[in-house]
Design a protein around this ligand. Structure first.
Ligand SMILES: [Zn+2]
Length: 106
């Protein structure tokens, strides 16, 4: 048994609406569940940023790790994974472009 946050009435654990006041009952499991940022996503964002600043090849593991982290966040990329993914692509494109321009200029 749990109690309604609004009116204090006893309600069933599986109830979605409070029978007393009709307000939505917060499911404890969902309310307290904090989506943890997977380690892969954190690494991906770091590698993605580094790929722009230092080494373009780091963009490759950044993109791979960002994709892998999706498995742990329900198929959706979290903010960190997206950062890694986008930075990884920008890093690779940026370095690829500058390489082409460098080679083209010679
Ligand atoms: Zn209530």
């Amino acid at each position: 048994m749990k109690f309604c946050e609004k009116c204090g009435k006893e309600i069933m654990d599986e109830a979605v609406l409070c029978p007393g006041c009709g307000c939505a009952v917060n499911k404890e499991s969902e309310a307290t569940k904090v989506v943890e940022v997977p380690k892969q996503a954190k690494t991906a964002s770091l590698l993605g940023i580094l790929s722009i600043l230092l080494l373009a090849p780091l963009g490759i593991p950044a993109i791979i790790l960002a994709n892998k982290s999706k498995e742990k966040t329900g198929g959706v990329m979290c903010k960190q994974a997206k950062t890694g993914f986008i930075c990884g692509i920008i890093g690779l494109c940026w370095w690829g472009l500058s390489l082409i321009m460098l080679l083209g200029g010679m």
